[in-house]
Design a protein around this ligand. Sequence first.
Ligand code: SME
Length: 161
Amino acid sequence: MLDIAIDTDQSAAEFYADLTSSAAALVDGEPDAIANMANIAALIWQYLPGLNWAGFYRVIDDELVLGPFQGKTACIRIAMGAGVCGAAAASGKVQRVANVHAFPGHIACDADSRSELVVPVLINARVIAVLDLDSPVPDHFRPADAAGMTKLIGAIANNLG
Ligand code: SME
């Protein structure tokens, strides 16, 4: 088994460098995208504090479909462009939302969620999925989280599709 030891007192840059190494090691040599998404959701859930949901939605037939995740049961299908996940998928841009109630069209899967970070998963410049992170804490995600998660997902994207 992998020996993953992430010290949460590290700086954000060190934290994300370690998390990215762990993520890359987990998916290394494994071509099954679902298995890899499951382990990456579990890894993030275990090490990133303050989450109430962490997981993936996959782009299937121009719609987002629930993928592997940790947290409470969630909406299964999201239209492209709808809510925070749909905005990330439609634009290909990271969405860091401090207050989900102020986001037009936000989809409340879990009423506890207050802030959200959604990172598109791109393969050959095409969005094949999004990573969705929710927090019950308002304005939980820092710019360093958006940057760190974007690098992490970029490093493993080819094993997620
Ligand atoms: N809140 C998301 C929907 C997905 S769930 O939070 C798991 C959104 O607005 O896209």
